[in-house]
Write a protein that binds this ligand. Structure first.
Ligand code: ZN
Length: 294
């Protein structure tokens, strides 16, 4: 860790290497790398850049801003990250919960004595953490996106350059998280559009099926009317109910119980569509038609 920092920060001046690190991060954001990858890269970049040991943590706010979820903290132990995952935002809930609640940086220089850390002092002790400076990560519209924290192994008061670095990287984190949210929103919108299109396509297919069925029925009725034109039949439609239909009887229909009647095309169509057992009494039905013609 010490050697790695020396290599990175050694020949280059701190600002130059900070810029190089930030450019690499912005490239990650620009090519839409997954958010955990960007935040992880950011955390490691800062951990390399700073001359003294620092451990970086990014927590992500729930949409309602009431809880903070694990985002990235490659240098912190798993048991610590798991314990912090899901903490509430609020006054006095560690550095991050308080910073998220206040929407302003919260600098805890000594975890061992700070009242904000009363509930997390033992946990921090087990992880070897002595100071925690947290900066809220805010969207352009001021909405809470999460927190950006720098932990230290010994009690520490930040100097001006520490605060500048925290502000710059909280801004970078905001960019990455907002980009991620925009991407999620775009994917959700695409999914809604795809579902709506599918629904529309299904409605069109359904309408086409019904149109085809109606055309098929009309063709069969025309054929039946032609075939039955010479058969003896009543003058008027028998299907009209009260008052009786005055239209000429053209087509004979029947049902599977042997009842038969003559109707006009409109009433025959209505009967075939609405009564499942009704069919056109076609001569082609052979035995059944003969039976129905009795
Ligand atoms: Zn009729």
């Amino acid at each position: 860790m010490t050697d790695e920092r020396a290599t990175t920060a050694g020949p280059m001046d701190a600002v130059e290497s900070a810029n190089a690190g930030q450019i690499a991060l912005l490239e990650l954001i620009a090519r839409q790398a997954p958010l955990p990858e960007v935040l992880d890269g950011m955390a490691r970049c800062i951990e390399r850049l700073t001359p003294h040991e620092v451990l970086v943590s990014v927590l992500l706010a729930d949409p309602d801003g009431r809880h903070l979820r694990h985002g990235a903290a490659p240098g912190l132990p798993d048991f610590y990250n798991e314990a912090i995952d899901g903490i509430a935002t609020g006054e006095g809930i560690g550095s991050c919960g308080t910073a998220a609640h206040r929407r302003e940086p919260v600098i805890v220089t000594d975890i061992a004595t700070d009242p904000f850390w009363a509930d997390f002092r033992d946990l921090a002790g087990r992880a070897g953490l002595a100071a925690c400076w947290s900066t809220p990560v805010l969207a352009r519209d001021g909405a809470l996106l999460g927190t950006f924290a720098m932990y230290h192994r010994t009690p520490r008061v930040p100097d001006e350059s520490d605060l500048t670095l925290a502000r710059i990287f909280a801004g970078t984190a905001a960019l990455a998280i907002e980009r991620h949210h925009d991407e999620q929103a775009r994917l959700a919108a695409e999914e809604r559009a795809r579902a709506a299109l599918e629904e529309l396509a299904e409605a069109v297919r359904d309408a086409e099926r019904r149109a085809a069925a109606a055309a098929d029925l009309a063709a069969r009725m025309r054929a039946a009317a032609t075939a039955q034109a010479t058969a003896p039949h009543p003058e008027h439609c028998q299907l009209g109910g009260v008052p009786p239909c005055e239209a000429p009887a053209e087509i004979k229909i029947a049902d599977s119980w042997g009842d038969a009647a003559w109707g006009c095309p409109d009433h025959v169509e209505e009967a075939i569509i609405n009564v499942r057992s009704v069919f056109i009494a076609s001569e082609e039905l052979g035995g059944l038609a003969a039976y129905l013609n009795r």
